[in-house]
Structures are given as C-alpha cells and as structure tokens.
Design a protein around this ligand. Structure first.
Ligand code: GLN
Length: 261
C-alpha cells in the first residue's frame, strides 16, 4: 500500500513537472527526442538492431529515473528535433546536440555534458587538408541543420555544401566520390572511419570546441533542474565515466602521435 501511495505521488509530481511543457501523455513517459544516426551517442542496436542505444540513451535513462518516469524515445530527423520540443511532442532532446547561441534563443540547455569538435573525413589516399582554409571552394557533404553544416558553409561556400538528413548518407556521398570531404563531429567520424577503415581517413584541423547539452522546452525550469541534478549525480557517482568507457572511442592523443613519428 505504502509503495502504491508513494508510487502515485511520484507520478503526480512527474505529471505536474511535464504538464508545464504541454505534452498530452505526460503522466506516462519522459520522452526523449533524438536522431539515432549519430554513433556512439545514439544509434540502432540491441537484439535485432531495432532499439535506440548509445551514450545519450544512458544519460537519458538517468534523467528519467530522476524524474520518476519510464523513458520513451522518439527517433526523428535531426533538424526536426527542436521544433518537436517546441511543439510539446518530446520533453527533452539528447542528440549529441551542441549548445549554440542560436539554438539557445529557442530552447533551454542543461549544463554541458560532453566536449566535442568537428573533424574532416576524406577518402583514403586523397590529399589531406592541413588547414581549415583548404576547404575553400571544395565540395563537402554534411548533415542538415548541424554545426558541421555551418562550419562547412563558412569554409567551403554555400554552393559547395551538400546537406543530407542522415550522417550516413553524407559519408556514402564521400565514398562514392561525389564530394571531397565530410565535416562531422569527432566521435561519429571515428565510428564511421573504423567501420570503413579501408576507404576513409580522419583529419583533425583547428576547429573550435563544442559542448553538448540536453535541450528542454524554453521555460521548463522544473525539468531543466532535474536534468542538471541527474547530470551532476552521474558525474559524482562514477556512472558518467562508465558510460564513457562503454560507448565512446578514445580519440588518439595528437601529441603522442607526433612523438611516435
Ligand atoms: N553536434 C552537432 C550539432 O549539434 C551534430 C549533432 C548531430 O548530428 N546529431 O549540430
């Protein structure tokens, strides 16, 4: 009885929390919006390859536990995620999403939970760019709506950038020799490069640091507070490090590489 009572109270509290964001079935789930094409943060996996798994899913589960609701995942195009949040179709977005001033005008971001950067993928054997300026006037494939797309447009020129809804389609375009480069976040780049090691090389240039954040609907201070609490807790109790060990690929240390040469 006691369990039942406390259980109901938790659900009522969670409903109040999510009610603020206007989603219809807010008593039932905490809904994470993502684009499951960004390994190792989110991708299809598990038995039969049908579940959405990855680093962000682990973080989202910890947030859902904090809120007291089971997690539900909505997989959609990357550029549909923030509109879905605004429309109340999802409660939070975890999608390896970089905190940017533009996005922060429309949604609220948690504290940063991961430091990332852009890198360039090239076909093995092709001349590698050595500076960002080497992208000027070259053709680049990117994922639509990403910070990588912004970087590519700035460096290569709008007319030279082909935008795809999926990261994999951008990589396939490169492998099919339709473009010179792909500009993409480092962890998915390492992942694609490993999977297609005979065909692809990864090049690091002086791109800025980017920081991933969890996005919630603008003004949903209650949920944002729970998200930040959950993030602080997983860091403090070692779960964050476990997720890193389980999912992320250690990027080679460029200093160590140079020393070995
Ligand atoms: N970090 C990049 C961005 O926020 C890419 C994210 C993604 O493609 N899932 O735009």
């Amino acid at each position: 009885m006691k369990t039942f009572l406390y259980g109901s109270l938790a659900v009522v509290a969670a409903a109040a929390l999510l009610g603020a964001c206007g989603r219809q079935d807010s008593t039932t789930y905490l809904v994470m919006g993502t684009n499951a094409e960004f390994p190792p943060f989110e991708m299809r996996g598990g038995p039969g390859g049908t579940k959405v798994v990855g680093f962000d899913v682990e973080v989202a589960k910890a947030i859902a536990a904090k809120v007291g609701l089971p997690l539900k995942i909505e997989d959609m195009k990357f550029d549909s995620l923030l509109p879905a949040l605004d429309a109340g179709k999802v409660d939070m977005v975890l999608a390896g999403m970089t905190i940017t001033p533009d996005r922060a005008r429309n949604v609220d971001f948690s504290a940063p939970y991961y430091k990332a950067t852009q890198v360039v993928l090239i076909r093995k054997g092709d001349p590698a760019p050595t500076r960002k300026e080497d992208l000027q006037g070259r053709t680049v494939a990117v994922q639509l709506g990403t910070t990588g797309a912004g970087v590519a447009v700035e460096l290569a020129g709008q007319e030279n950038v082909r935008q795809f809804t999926s990261t994999m389609d951008a990589v396939v375009e490169l492998m099919n020799t339709k473009v010179d480069f792909v500009v993409i976040d480092e962890q998915p780049a390492i992942n694609f490069q490993k999977r297609n090691a005979p065909d692809l090389d990864l090049v690091r240039l002086a791109f800025a640091d980017e920081f991933y954040g969890v996005a919630v609907k603008k003004g949903n201070a209650e949920l944002l507070a729970r998200v930040n609490e959950a993030l602080a807790e997983i860091v403090a109790d070692g779960r964050y490090d476990q997720f890193v060990d389980q999912w992320l690929i250690q990027a080679p240390d460029p200093a160590a590489e140079t020393a070995a040469e």
